[in-house]
Unconditional design. Structure first.
Lengths: 446, 489, 249
């Protein structure tokens, strides 16, 4: 890493110029303003991440982020309702339209209560913007995504709104809580949503995020979701990234896991021009089970990066990671996964796998699975494979009468399916299987 | 494998001092003053009576080096090196260049004898069970002897010190030096380009299968000196050579720098097998002293269907920073990397390989076995990449780490970059410890804890040991067990 | 030969053996039977010296000498052999290498001459022949990729080569089909001698049809709760362990 500060890019200059005004207009009491300033200083010191920053080696934001966009404005309630009628984004393109769930709608980074409905015992949902102003219920904010990372710092400096969700101790939430993030409007804007979820001891919940926005608009989003998983809690988290095809989407998931917690998280990437999803998971108790997975279907000049940092800080932890990339055309897939086992984390069992299928000669996959191990009584491993579809299998299927596109689609669906299998909720899994089928069908008729 | 028994006995024979090569040879020495500047570079070149172009090449490297920074990306920590506090040239005083082995200072011959490397050909031949191996002996900054030169010459093989090659075969050196590891490749390679003092030169002509194993034995003897050797191996079309290097140094409290550059060039259908048994002084149990081994080794599979295979057994050095790599340029060429890296005490190892697939249908294989004990840190760092045009590239990588004790670290940092759809890369890595159940099972059959550990470790590294020439495999096996001495308990 | 007095053992604070007493005489084949969880395998591990167990009280005497303070390898050299229920795999270590290392280590510990390679090879060939173990299996990594039956045969081969005086067979019949069971049993019977004793641990009576015991002991709740002749095994086969599950509670 070079310690010479490179010349600031236009985007960096624009972000630096925008902060003083944003600090005044964005919600937050004195404590939050201090948080914003500290975060901004971290960003200012580091600048946008680039290829010499090891964690961002394959996703160079200095190059990708040509300019910083103005922040998206808050919508008033009437606008939101009107938009709900008129904007095609809202009325269509909901991958989970049929899902029986508690709905939370976040438009352009702002919570819209009029479109949301959560009515479940033991669940409270509050507007983050309000919480930032009053300071109520946000003690844990920023404690789960603490890494010295520019994307995290930018979100902390510019976060506009979102929700604070509390799941009471012992609550078993009857249906999934579905957070629908929508980007609206024809102007490209920058959007910084944040979600803080606290799951009480022994509680069980399924959290779903779906992100969507219009095609052809080069908007930028930088979302952070923090989940505090109480002891013995059981959490399943599924994120669908169906942002518009010109969007640049940065997202971070930070989680702090309590004793014997079970946490499963999956990220499914479909459409955006550039997507970077980072997961920071910390084991704060013993006997935790963590399962992080991802699937990406990429084409054109898409670029999708999944970066994990799994910190086994306590003994008897188990982690499983499975990432699947299908890469067509000139698209680029990136997987970076780091499993750290601290000296006291004896009996850790960690296994990580990244698999990629490259469908075109111009496709690229970068894999960097990493083990950093300081305890001896562990069983850790990782694997990474990349290559074309298996010719022998393809031939076998074709010999049975399947035309090539269908045979390929069948194999790819099975490949992605291994990751989707981890989703416990049938309707959610089926919805993502449908998304996969649609993508494969579009490819087959190309 | 009778070696298991020998290993165990070897381990027992050693009580406190584990490093048996730690003695020092008392000699009169011709040394450059401490420090580095253009005059020192000129002095080295003058001592070697080099052609003018070589001096210019060195000076150019030196000037570039001044503008560079030490790399910091490896997982190693050490106090800042004072490059002005090192002697860049040290050679045993000799009245004239030794013409025959009898002209070499007997103290030096004795040193090598003690290290188990006889330099008198008749002594080598007297050892019945040993197969014939030609040796180039590099003592501090100079090559003191090269054996079997004449016999090799008859086969057309050139094997001599690089200083000699600069006089005898300047055109060959000029044509190839710096073409695999460019002068500005990295900080230490650039430094080496400016101040390298000696090393080996091998040229195997078209169609020749080198009739014996070639080897270089590096010995650092002088205090406060750096060793900067440079090795260049060129194997012409359809030719083959197997080359081995070994390294040791006296036991000292100060750290010493060893920054070598090795360049291999394989033309069409040529094959180079390069094996290293690295046993520089590792420092004492508290991390005092030891060699900083900062080495750039790279092979260029320039020709079609050429093959370069690196095998390394790394047990020594306080810090190891080395990544023997293959540039797979020729269509159908193949690169291999087999590594055993053992760390104990306060040793730090950051080692691995790069397999750069540029040509069509190129293949590579990486087998890395890391064993960490004591308070050591052992990192595998590797890159496998296939470029757009390297269609049909294949790689298989297997990195296993074994931890012995709870104060050490084992780390795996692979970079796997595939830029075309027809390449197939497979990578797998595991980290584990010797299981208590395995140990108990062996002990139930009568083996002591130490014997059981040695046995299991030998099993763990077997895939790599098999790649070494027979005699060296036995030697390496002993070395591994010795390195792990005191780690079970 | 072996005498166990008032043995109390626990693992991770869980009490497994509660004052167990057992005597096995020279040349005797003693069977230990008992329900799952009665402490049978623990007993075999404790005799062999597996480190995970806490011994609170009692003695294990082999020919009058207490072995509890001895390391597992010293116990092996003293003549204790445990045929594991689940033999361990040791990748990269050829079976032959392992056999030789173990034999020579024990001979050395006992102050005996090393075996010559020729003599060693001869013995291995003879014993492997009896057990139907092909030569190429001996070149493979120890137990790596072996079937359940092959692993058990390999345990008996080691027993035959190491010539112990006290042999423990821990659930040797588990996972064996009838043919493999016969081969293994014949291997054991061949080793029966007046200066060698056996402790045969099994859940089922089936094995005892092939290795006929002199005495049968029933274990429950970490104690020997009943002892008798070989007919006791048949009684257990007919009535099951139900009676014993509550006996010592």
């Amino acid at each position: 890493m070079s310690d010479v500060t490179p010349i600031r890019t236009p985007a960096e200059n624009a972000l630096i110029a925008a902060f003083p005004a944003a600090r005044k207009s964005l919600p937050g009491n004195a404590h939050v303003i201090a948080l914003r300033e500290a975060a901004f200083n971290r960003f200012e010191a580091k600048g946008l991440p680039h290829r010499r920053v090891e964690e961002w080696k394959y996703t160079d934001l200095r190059t990708a982020l040509r300019d910083a966009l103005p922040l998206a404005d808050a919508l008033n309630v009437a606008d939101a309702a009107a938009l709900a009628q008129s904007d095609s984004c809202l009325s269509s393109g909901d991958a989970f339209a049929e899902l029986d769930a508690h709905r939370v709608v976040i438009v352009n980074g702002h919570f819209v209560p009029s479109l949301s409905s959560v009515n479940a015992q033991g669940v409270t949902v509050n507007d983050l913007a309000e919480a930032l102003s009053t300071g109520a219920g946000i003690d844990a904010l920023g404690t789960m995504a603490k890494a010295d990372d520019s994307a995290l710092a930018l979100n902390a400096a510019f976060m506009q709104g979102g929700v604070v969700i509390d799941i009471a101790k012992g609550a078993s939430v009857d249906k999934p809580i579905y957070l629908r993030f929508i980007v609206m409007g024809q102007e490209a804007r920058a959007i910084y949503p944040r979600v803080l979820v606290t799951v009480g001891e022994g509680a069980a919940v399924t959290l779903i995020e779906a992100h969507q926005g219009g095609d052809g608009i080069a908007y930028q989003t930088n979302a952070v979701v923090e989940i505090k998983a109480g002891a013995k809690s059981h959490i399943q988290h599924i994120r669908l990234n169906a942002h518009g095809d010109a969007a640049i989407d940065l997202s971070s998931l930070g989680t702090d896991l309590g004793e014997a917690a079970e946490f499963k998280s999956m990220n499914f990437v479909m459409r955006p021009a550039l997507a970077r999803h980072q997961v920071f998971a910390r084991f704060s108790g013993e006997h935790i089970k963590l399962d992080v997975s991802g699937a990406a279907l990429l084409k054109g000049k898409q670029h999708a990066d999944s970066t994990l940092y799994v910190d086994h800080a306590m003994p008897h932890g188990e982690s499983r990671e499975l990432f699947k990339h299908v890469i067509d055309d000139e698209a680029v897939g990136v997987f970076q996964g780091k499993i750290v086992v601290q000296p006291i984390a004896q009996k850790t069992d960690g296994r990580m796998m990244s698999q990629a299928i490259l469908l075109s000669d111009d496709a690229t996959m970068y894999n960097k699975p990493e083990l950093e191990i300081f305890a001896d009584d562990v069983a850790c491993g990782h694997g990474a494979t990349c290559g074309a579809l298996d010719d022998d299998l393809l031939f076998y299927l074709r010999a049975r009468g399947l035309p090539k596109p269908e045979a390929e689609a069948l194999m790819l669906a099975a490949f992605i399916g291994e990751a989707l299998e981890k989703i416990e909720n049938d309707s959610v899994r089926e919805a993502l299987e449908a998304q996969t089928q649609a993508w494969l069908l579009a490819r087959a008729v190309k | 494998m009778p070696a298991v028994k020998e290993t165990v006995e070897q381990v027992k024979a050693i009580d406190v001092d584990q490093y048996k090569y730690g003695f020092e040879t008392q000699l009169e020495v011709d040394k450059a003053p401490k420090g580095l500047n253009e005059d020192i570079v000129r002095l080295i070149s003058a001592k070697k009576k080099e052609p003018a172009w070589m001096l210019e090449w060195r000076l150019d490297a030196y000037r570039r080096w001044l503008t560079m920074r030490e790399p910091t990306w490896a997982r190693v920590e050490y106090p800042e090196i004072d490059f002005q506090d090192i002697h860049y040239y040290a050679a045993p005083k000799m009245n004239a260049a030794p013409k025959t082995i009898d002209d070499v200072d007997p103290a030096i011959l004795d040193t090598y004898k003690k290290l188990g490397i006889p330099l008198r050909e008749q002594e080598i031949l007297a050892g019945v069970q040993q197969s014939k191996v030609a040796v180039d002996a590099v003592f501090d900054s100079v090559s003191v002897a090269t054996t079997f030169k004449e016999e090799l010459k008859k086969a057309g093989v050139i094997f001599c010190s690089i200083s000699e090659a600069l006089h005898e075969y300047p055109e060959l050196v000029k044509k190839y030096i710096g073409t695999v590891v460019p002068v500005t490749d990295n900080y230490y390679a650039t430094l080496n380009s400016a101040v390298f003092t000696d090393g080996s030169f091998v040229y195997v002509p078209k169609g020749v299968r080198c009739p014996m194993e070639l080897s270089t034995y590096f010995r650092i003897n002088e205090k406060n000196t750096g060793q900067f050797e440079r090795t260049l191996i060129i194997v012409e079309e359809g030719a083959y050579v197997s080359y081995l290097e070994g390294c040791t140094a006296p036991q000292r409290d100060e750290n010493q720098l060893h920054a070598a550059v090795v360049e291999l060039i394989a033309l069409d259908d040529a094959e180079i097998k390069y094996s290293t048994v690295q046993n520089w002084y590792p420092g004492d149990k508290d991390g005092k002293g030891g060699i900083y081994n900062f080495v750039t080794k790279r092979g260029d599979c320039r020709g079609k269907n050429s093959k370069i295979s690196w095998t390394q057994v790394e047990t020594g050095s306080a810090i190891t920073w080395k990544y023997p790599s293959c540039i797979l340029r020729g269509e159908g060429s193949r690169g291999e990397f087999y590594s055993i890296a053992v760390s104990n005490g306060r040793q730090q190892v950051d080692s691995g390989t790069k397999m750069i697939h540029l040509g069509k249908n190129t293949t590579s294989r990486i087998i890395s076995k890391g064993i960490s004990a004591g308070h050591s840190q052992n990192t595998y760092r590797g890159l496998v990449s296939a470029h757009r045009r390297a269609t049909g590239a294949r790689n298989f990588t297997n990195c296993d780490s074994l931890l012995i004790g709870n104060n050490c670290g084992a780390h795996t940092v692979p970079y796997i970059e595939s830029k075309n759809g027809s390449s197939i890369f497979e990578h797998e890595a595991t980290t584990s410890k010797i299981s208590e159940d395995q140990l108990f099972y062996c002990m139930q059959r009568g083996l002591s804890a130490e014997e059981a550990t040695a046995l299991i470790v030998n099993g763990f590294v077997k895939d790599v040991l098999q790649q070494l020439p027979m005699e060296f495999a036995v030697e390496a096996q002993k070395l591994i067990s010795i390195s792990l001495e005191g780690s079970v308990g | 030969m072996l005498e166990i007095r008032n043995l109390h053992v626990s693992i991770e604070d869980k009490k497994i053996l509660n004052g167990l007493n057992l005597t096995v005489h020279d040349g005797e084949v003693a069977a230990i039977m008992g329900p799952n969880g009665s402490g049978k395998s623990t007993l075999s591990y404790v005799i062999a010296g597996k480190p995970d167990y806490d011994i609170h009280d009692g003695e294990i005497l082999l020919d009058g000498e207490n072995v509890l303070e001895m390391d597992p390898d010293a116990r092996a050299a003293a003549g204790i052999f445990l045929a594991f229920q689940y033999p361990l795999e040791i990748p990269g270590v050829a079976t032959m290498t392992f056999l030789k290392a173990a034999m020579q280590a024990q001979r050395k510990a006992r102050g005996e001459e090393e075996l010559s390679t020729a003599e060693f090879m001869k013995r291995v060939r003879d014993q492997a022949g009896h057990l139907g173990i092909p030569q190429d299996m001996l070149k493979r990594g120890l137990n790596v990729g072996f079937s359940g039956g092959e692993k058990k045969r390999m345990e008996i081969l080691q027993m035959a080569l190491l010539e112990p005086k006290f042999c423990i067979l821990d659930e040797t019949d588990s996972g064996l089909d009838i043919d493999a069971l016969k081969v293994v049993s014949e291997g054991v019977n061949r080793l029966r001698a007046k200066d060698r004793s056996f402790l045969v641990i099994t859940h089922y009576q089936r094995l005892l049809n092939y290795i006929v015991p002199d005495t049968v002991h029933v274990m429950a709740h970490g104690q020997v709760v009943k002892s008798g002749g070989k007919e006791l095994a048949l009684e257990l086969e007919a009535n099951g362990y139900a009676d014993y599950k509550t006996l010592a509670a």
